[in-house]
Design a protein around this ligand. Structure first.
Ligand code: COI
Length: 357
């Protein structure tokens, strides 16, 4: 499997500090970058298809200053996790969904993309090459970041002549500093995340930097993150800067529909299915801020974030608190099924789990 690794470790630039898994304190992992051993790289030119990639030592990449990704943000990203289970298996969760989402995003951003099979094979190769970085069961996961970038030069606003598909990986645990504790969200009414007809439903690299300012501002005021509203009326809930949102009212789950401005999360999709299997009614529809404020529960979903309860939301100075993660909450019940399927304690009847070893 590793035969296509370019083996010269001397190729690692000295500016990249490679961690050592022997030294990792698995009990204190957070969501931050630890450089690992290998990354996967594959290139193709415009109008061609991706054919062959290779694993190379993790390191910096060389880019033209005129690269489309640097100048015009022509790029999409994905986020996935490889887990080590108690039964000794190393697994991915629904990688087909990430491959398909990258394809849809690539089309929107005028880029060629790898086939679904090629994407999954490359992800598996990257996870296996960095296997020693996959945390022990229950200690976290290997976060896998596939990137598709317009790396060829262009001065006018047009698609790049060359593309790079790159995957790197890093061991992580909880995304939020709160760990798995409930989040305190600030309902953002000044900045928007996405607009009608834009690319808010694409995992474009351009969708994240504009969210840094409102998020930092909210964090400086003691909040965990911001919850955006729709950009047309400012009356409906959209999503958090790094994850989707659900609310629970009686036996119904509500989440905004993926119609243009909402990122179609893989965890979101999975939680909808799990909730329906548990007999909940799930409505994908616009959620007015008033409904959010009157909900029984709220929680967030995302690959990096997982499934995390919301403890409070603050909207125009009004703070509302929710029932949080007692074992009877809907969030904790759905979370335990979601985790159970991933760690093998609940039978995977849907074919969501893909083994990598
Ligand atoms: C993920 O959940 O994997 C993402 O890509 C979100 C990112 C903001 C960490």
């Amino acid at each position: 499997m590793l035969s296509n690794i370019v083996s010269s470790m001397a190729a690692i630039p000295s500016s990249v500090s490679s961690g050592c898994s022997q030294e990792i304190d698995w009990n204190n992992l957070r969501f931050g970058l630890t450089t690992t051993d290998y990354m996967y790289v594959m290139k193709c030119s415009k109008d061609e298809e991706f054919t062959e990639g290779q694993l190379i030592p993790y390191g910096n990449i060389e880019l033209s200053p005129a690269a489309a990704v640097l100048n015009y943000g022509q790029g999409v990203l994905e986020g996935m996790k490889a887990l080590q289970r108690e039964d000794g298996k190393f697994v991915l969760f629904r990688p087909v969904e990430n491959a398909l989402r990258m394809k849809t995003g690539a089309e929107r951003m005028c880029m060629p993309s790898p086939s679904v099979d090629h994407f999954i094979d490359a992800v598996k190769q990257t996870a296996l090459a960095n296997k020693r970085w996959i945390p022990p069961p229950g200690k976290g996961s290997l976060y896998i970041r596939p990137l598709l970038l317009g790396t060829g030069p262009t001065l006018d606003v047009s698609p790049a002549p060359e593309y790079t598909f790159l995957i790197y990986a890093t061991p992580v645990r909880n995304y939020f500093q709160e760990g798995s504790a409930a989040l305190n969200l600030y309902v953002e009414d000044q900045f928007d995340r996405a607009s009608r007809g834009g690319a808010g439903d694409v995992k474009s690299i351009t969708n994240y930097a504009p969210g840094m300012k409102p998020k930092i501002s909210a964090k400086n005021r003691g909040f965990s993150d911001v919850l955006y509203l729709d950009s047309v009326s400012g009356k409906f809930v959209e999503e958090v800067s790094s994850c989707n949102i659900f609310i629970v009212k009686d036996k119904t789950l509500l989440t905004p529909p993926t119609k243009g401005t909402i990122l179609p999360g893989v965890t979101r999709k999975s939680i909808i299915e799990i909730a329906q299997d548990h007999g909940f009614k799930v409505e994908e529809r616009q959620i007015a801020v008033e409904e959010l404020l009157e909900a029984d529960e709220a929680f967030c979903t995302g690959t990096a974030v997982g499934v995390v309860p919301v403890g409070s939301v603050t909207y125009q100075g009004k703070r509302v608190e929710y029932r949080i993660s007692d074992t009877k909450s809907v969030c904790s019940m759905l979370l335990s099924t979601y985790i159970g399927i991933q760690n093998g304690q609940i039978e995977d009847k849907k074919g969501w789990i893909v083994e990598i070893s």
